[in-house]
Write a protein that binds this ligand. Structure first.
Ligand code: NPW
Ligand code: K
Length: 522
């Protein structure tokens, strides 16, 4: 797992490193700059003519140190200092003095940015000729590298005025674009664009990943992310461990272990309560995903109409069917009591029968339940059910389902995805898996996980049903609800990624994601 830090946490561990362990701030800055220069070389970016755009905070100081290092290696370097130089932080003032001592050109810009830097619209023939000549000269002297050191984790409000103009100009210029710590204009916590932002090819971020680099739209602005060790270590957490994490490929070693001396009972029993008179496929996708994720035995509680489909497409799954309301209660309770894990909701519909099934299952089950799709839509009309006593619940809404659950517009939820998942998980004491391009898994009063596997081809019918089955399979195999939710989401994304090379984004279907599970788990 990798930590994802917000600006407050990062500032605190900077401070702890400096004040508790006595590492001077300038030493950290120097190490940060060295790492940026190393990355430039590793990526073979051409630094022959480099522009470094600095702000007055410590991000600007990092930029100045990078400028000096590149200059002393024989590159042509120009520095723009945007903002009032008198407001420079202590370290940045020091870096500025060093630049002056080496005679490195710095252009100070306090206001009216474009008058000095930008290409003006020509207003006469002579001016047009002059502009063409300027353009030719510019083409010969164009920067090969643009380094953004305007704002880092200290961005505190929307970008306006000369800062906005500086960012627009950096984006307009050609050359490889590198952001120091975080692209200027991106909020380190949410990934939101604060007015406007720099678009980087590479971002070198210090010590730990920042959440805003991985959430959209920040992820679009960051380009390739490089984490640079600058000497700030876990010791600086001072036992206050960050609560936001991102699963990585190496974490797959934590999936349920298979034992040589085992039988189908060893890997748990899943009951998939899914499908309705009208919808048949959802139950199949969920049940098959549970099998593919290692579960030993799967029963499907569904409408009698789905029996033939199920026994034909997935003969390994045992159907328990109902027809109308006759014996519904008794057979549902018996099936629920048989299972170690329940999936509730895919393709269930919103009939009175479905409502009864959802209510009864949540109120009687003593084993973990993964609640999805129509079960969530029904719950959004009767949220008090979630307020009552219940077993471990993992809810897996997409943005539309979440919008119904919390009665807020989808756009609001998308912008506030972390907070929405966290608030919901705490209010109802459920694990909330809020599905989007970066699915968020929030543990009530615990950790929050940001998932980075998966692709837009997976936004397809049945994809969510597959996810419920994977989580159920992992739970049945012995993972905790937290582990099963986090790794279920991660493996689901990897399964889509594994297949998209063969299918392309347009043609990826739920059946392909099922095939992808085999690739990922083999
Ligand atoms: N030892 C360390 O700490 C290390 C730190 N390191 C580096 O330092 C960076 C953090 O530095 P930082 O805290 O100085 O913040 P930074 O992002 O440079 O900018 C703050 C300045 O911008 C201003 N400002 C904010 N928003 C604005 C806006 N919209 N429009 C205009 N102005 C705005 C803000 O003004 P204020 O809000 O105070 O009015 C303040 O003056 C970090 O990302 C990393 O690169 C590394 O060297 C490793 C060691
Ligand atoms: K920056």
């Amino acid at each position: 797992m990798q930590y994802l830090l917000n600006a407050r946490e990062m500032k605190q561990i900077d401070k702890n490193t400096i004040e508790v362990f006595g590492v001077p701030s300038l030493v950290l800055m120097e190490r940060a700059a060295l790492r940026v220069v190393e990355m430039i070389k590793k990526e073979a970016a051409d630094a022959k003519r480099t522009l470094v755009v600095c702000g007055t905070g410590n991000n600007g100081g990092d930029g100045m140190a990078v400028a000096r290092m590149l200059y002393l290696e024989g590159n042509e370097v120009e520095v723009w200092l945007i903002g009032n130089p008198e407001k420079c932080s202590e370290e940045t003032k020091k870096q500025y003095d060093i630049l002056k001592a080496y005679g490195i050109p710095v252009v100070e810009q306090k206001e009216g940015f474009c008058e000095q830097f930008c290409v003006q619209e020509p207003d006469s023939e002579q001016a047009q000729i002059q502009t063409q000549m300027q353009t030719q000269i510019q083409a010969q002297t164009a920067y090969t590298l643009i380094i953004d050191a305007l704002f880092g984790i200290g961005l505190s409000r929307n970008v306006e005025g000369i800062h906005r103009e500086a960012i627009e100009e950096m984006n307009r210029l050609e050359g490889t674009k590198i952001a120091i710590d975080i692209p200027s204009g991106i909020h380190a916590d949410s990934g939101a664009v604060m007015g406007n932002c720099f678009y980087a090819d590479h971002t070198v971020t210090f010590a730990y990943n920042k959440t805003g680099l991985w959430l959209y739209p920040g992820a679009d602005a960051a380009g390739q992310i490089h984490i640079a060790d600058i000497g700030i270590t876990k010791e600086s957490f001072l036992e206050k461990e960050p609560q936001m994490l991102m699963p990585q490929a190496e974490d797959l070693t934590r999936l349920p272990k298979r034992k040589a001396d085992s039988n189908k009972g060893t890997y748990g029993k899943v009951l998939v309560i899914a499908g309705s008179e009208e919808i048949s496929g959802a139950a199949y996708f969920s049940a098959k995903a549970a099998y593919l994720s290692g579960c030993g035995l799967v029963k499907v509680f569904t409408h009698e109409k789905n029996r033939t489909m199920l026994t034909t497409r997935l003969p390994e799954a045992i159907p328990v069917t109902y027809d109308g309301k006759k014996n519904l209660k008794e057979s549902l309770i018996a099936a629920v009591q048989w299972a170690d894990v329940l999936v509730l909701g895919p393709g269930l519909g919103r009939s009175d029968t479905a409502r009864q099934i959802v209510k009864l299952t949540i109120q009687t089950a003593a084993v973990p339940i993964i609640v999805d799709a129509d079960a969530l839509n029904l719950l959004s009309e009767e949220l008090e059910i979630l307020k009552g006593p219940h077993t471990d619940l993992i809810v897996t809404p997409h943005l539309g389902e979440m919008s119904r659950l919390v009665d807020m517009p989808i756009e609001y939820i998308k912008k506030n995805i972390l907070m929405t998942a966290q608030d919901f998980s705490r209010e109802y004491n459920v694990i909330c898996v809020l599905k989007d391009a970066r699915t968020i898994t929030s543990i009530p009063y615990g950790k929050t996980y940001v998932n980075t596997s998966g692709n837009h081809g997976m936004a397809t019918a049945g994809s969510g049903d597959v996810l419920t089955g994977i989580i159920a399979g992992f739970l049945a195999g012995g993972l905790t609800p937290e582990e099963a939710a986090v790794f279920g989401v991660y493996v689901h994304g990897l399964s889509g990624d594994a297949m998209v090379e063969k299918t392309g984004y347009y043609s990826l279907m739920a059946e392909d994601i099922l095939d992808g599970i085999k690739e990922v788990l083999k």
